[in-house]
Design a protein around this ligand. Structure first.
Ligand code: BGC
Length: 755
């Protein structure tokens, strides 16, 4: 029977492989035939990706784009969406060009398209890849109903420096968690092979190591050893490739002294040859042109370098368009290189079904039903709730008791603009529900006290920089002193104060690095004045990076991190504050005590002189402990969880064995709650130094009050492997520790060995 089943399974697999092969053969024949008709200029045109902005009535064509499309000199555009706008451009491509090749339509669909979900850093704090996949699925459903077929997401850059504004766009510091998120998002966007017209091409970015910019300053230099690269920074990109991501975006930074966009080792040897990537490589925005400032040569030279490195599409810079043909004619770039790049662009179009139906993603009817429908709004609220991290909760300050007198204070209480965060271009902040609106919906008007307390940003220079990019921060007519006085008066009438503070959305994202990462001075002044009233203060934070919160941790009763929670941030926060939802998010990035500790991350090396407070010559600071304020994996709940000791199925394993790691987890508090049980390992001795902890598994469990559950993880030798100094993926025999716990610091420990 088993044999018969096996043969049947093999037969099915064989048929599937065959069908796949046939599909590919057909695609190749089609593209070969098409390319035979193409001139060199038309082939190079396919590599050109201009940005075409638009207003509500249709696209605003940047200089000459319409003309270029007509001449077959554009392969795709980005920043154009809505069925009307997309149809207008696609019409030109398929009706007015010689070969009628349809365009790709790309966009920065980052954390939702019209319905906005929490920023990616917040999504990663859910530690819930299935939920994250659903948000990407929903984003793809909306984006494709809006004419798009290519999303510039996921960003999977590992980030250990919270000064870098773009930490908000990724999944934090851990390669293993980051890989789960990368896979989930690729699956969510791409679905299964574009069988349905509501899935699109994903684009993993920024390849590679962009998150390691020196000093956290955007676009800055990166320099890194290969072992660090392979073990700590590359895994999430690789996970996206293995999940079948269609496209890869190069990063702005250099690697080994060569900008990523001209780095042949990176794009061809590693990505294509070692990892087997068959999709399309696009540059980041004018990344080729920027290589002139990097000092790589003139426009023609940088074009040559990037084509020969393996780039397929030139975003905005038009270097390929302007110099490609000359480079071929002068023999600097071979015809074969252009052909290969052109083929890879055409393949994506073919796979999307654009040659069968160029208007496949222009669906006015679906545009009416898919965008911001009830299901997506619900998902937005669910994701916002699950992303929140309860950083501190002394004396059970939270959840709030609605029977008490509560004062909501802060410039973000009634704010809508900032809720949807950065990279939410197609999102309409006016559709985001503020905390105040959610409270009114829930409890009726006039239930709570309110005062603005301070401006979101008082510093005129910073405010200008933010407002130049749609910050919309309008200083209050009242002076800062008046605002504070009013807030103090309001607080005095209350039993408890909820202060809603944080960053403006523009203080995170691209080109938004900060050298100090605390709350702004004027906000801290407000908190200090409120503190003097003696009322307990619950601090609700909206921000896009780990902040330094040492003073706040000492002086606030509770701190709830809500990131920029998206369209439904307000209702989600209201539910959590009043205990209708129990927070369960866990940090995916360490919160330092002060900025001097940065870069700080849990999976660090031990060093030869590990931290010892009482020994002078150990690796430490004189003025602050090494430990962070809130470690990776940290996040409280309205209940508490107790962990039993670790039980191992064996204490010694061979490479063929499986190791069962079991713990008993009990809800020891008073309400139902969800815990993320985290498993870490440590390889005690290695041929290269190994991190003190590495995340290898996690599982979310929901437990009723008093309920216990055995949580069991299976480890194999694969989980013990790393890249050694020859960059070989190996597990070395020896002793290991395994840790299970509620965050990366509070853990139970056991030991085993690998024979
Ligand atoms: C960013 C990318 C983005 C691209 C297109 C660049 O400046 O680095 O993440 O996808 O612009 O908007």
């Amino acid at each position: 029977m088993l044999r018969k089943l096996c043969t049947l399974a093999m037969l099915i697999a064989c048929l599937q492989a065959n069908a796949q092969l046939n599909k590919e053969v057909k695609m190749n024949q089609f593209i070969t035939a098409l390319m035979q008709k193409m001139t060199l200029e038309e082939k190079i045109g396919q590599l050109n990706l201009p940005s075409v902005g638009f207003d509500v009535t249709g696209p605003i064509l940047s200089q000459g784009v319409e003309d270029k499309i007509k001449k077959g000199l554009v392969g795709g555009v980005f920043n154009t969406y809505t069925p009307v706008a997309v149809r207008k451009l696609q019409d030109i491509a398929v009706n007015e060009t010689r070969l009628k090749i349809p365009l790709l339509f790309g966009y920065d669909v980052i954390h939702g398209h019209r319905t906005i979900f929490p920023i990616p850093l917040g999504l990663s704090a859910t530690w819930d890849p299935k939920l994250v996949e659903r948000t990407a699925r929903a984003a793809a459903d909306e984006a494709t109903a809006d004419g798009l077929n290519w999303a510039y997401s996921p960003m999977v850059d590992i980030a250990r420096d919270p000064r870098w504004g773009r930490v908000s766009e990724g999944a934090g510091e851990d390669p293993w968690l980051g890989s789960q998120m990368a896979r989930a998002m690729v699956k969510g966007y791409q679905g299964t092979d574009y069988v349905h017209d509501n899935t699109l091409l994903a684009c993993v970015k920024h390849f590679a190591l962009y998150g390691a910019a020196e000093a956290g300053r955007d676009y800055n230099t990166v320099d890194m050893s290969r072992v660090k690269m392979y073990n700590e920074y590359l895994p999430p990109y690789k996970a996206a490739i293995d999940a079948g991501v269609a496209t890869v975006m190069t990063s702005f930074n250099e690697i080994d002294g060569i900008p990523a966009t001209a780095n042949k080792w990176l794009l061809t040897d590693l990505l294509r040859k070692q990892w087997g990537f068959k999709g399309m490589i696009v540059t980041d925005y004018t990344a080729i042109n920027e290589m002139m400032a990097h000092g790589m040569g003139d426009a023609k030279k940088v074009g040559e370098l990037s084509l020969n490195a393996g780039v397929d599409m030139d975003m905005v810079g038009e270097i390929f368009l302007n110099y490609g043909a000359d480079l071929v004619k002068s023999g600097k770039v071979s015809q074969a290189v252009i052909d290969a790049a052109c083929r890879r662009v055409l393949e994506q179009k073919y796979k999307l079904g654009l040659f069968d139906d160029p208007y496949r993603y222009v669906n006015e009817a679906r545009n009416k039903t898919a965008i911001m429908n009830a299901e997506k709004i619900l998902l937005s609220k669910e994701a916002a709730i699950k992303s929140m991290v309860l950083l501190k909760n002394a004396n059970q300050a939270l959840p709030l008791n609605a029977a008490k007198k509560i004062a909501f204070i802060g410039p973000l209480v009634k704010d809508q603009r900032n809720l949807i965060g950065n990279w939410s271009g197609a999102g309409d902040y006016k559709k985001a529900v503020s905390i105040w609106a959610a409270l009114e919906q829930k409890f009726g008007a006039d239930k709570f006290l309110y005062a603005k307390g301070c401006n979101l940003v008082d510093d005129a220079g910073l405010r200008k920089r933010l407002n130049d990019h749609d910050g919309q921060i309008v200083p209050d007519e009242k002076t800062p002193d008046q605002l504070i006085a009013e807030a103090v008066q309001t607080a005095q009438q209350a039993d408890v104060v909820v202060a809603v503070l944080g960053e403006a959305f523009g203080m995170t994202g691209e080109a938004a690095s900060r050298s100090m990462i605390g709350l702004l001075d004027n906000q801290v002044e407000l908190l200090k004045a409120l503190k003097k009233t003696g009322k307990p203060i619950v601090l609700v934070l909206m921000n896009g990076r780990p902040l330094t919160l040492s003073w706040e941790d000492q002086n606030m009763e509770a701190i709830l991190e809500t990131w920029f929670g998206g369209t439904q941030a307000g209702p989600a926060i209201a539910d959590v504050l009043f205990g209708e939802a129990n927070p369960s998010g866990k940090l995916s990035m360490t919160f330092p005590r002060n900025v001097g500790q940065v870069p700080i991350y849990y999976n660090a090396k031990n060093t030869g002189r590990p931290y010892d407070e009482n020994q002078k010559y150990t690796s430490k600071y004189l003025d602050v402990p090494n430990s962070p304020l809130y470690p990776f994996g940290h996040g409280l709940s309205y209940t508490t969880f107790g962990y039993g000791d670790i039980k191992l199925s064996k204490t010694s394993i061979t490479p063929a064995d499986k190791l069962q790691v079991t713990v008993n987890v009990t809800n020891t508090g008073n309400v139902e709650g969800e815990e993320t049980v985290q498993l870490y390992i440590r390889d005690l001795v290695g041929s290269i130094t190994r991190p003190v902890k590495q995340l290898r598994r996690f599982e979310k469990v929901t437990l009723k009050k008093g309920e216990s559950r055995e949580v069991s993880f299976t480890l194999t030798v694969e989980d013990l492997k790393f890249f050694n100094s020859d960059l070989k993926w190996v597990a070395e025999p020896g002793d290991f520790h395994v840790f299970v716990g509620t965050n990366s610091q509070e853990v139970k420990q056991a030991a085993f060995s690998l024979k």
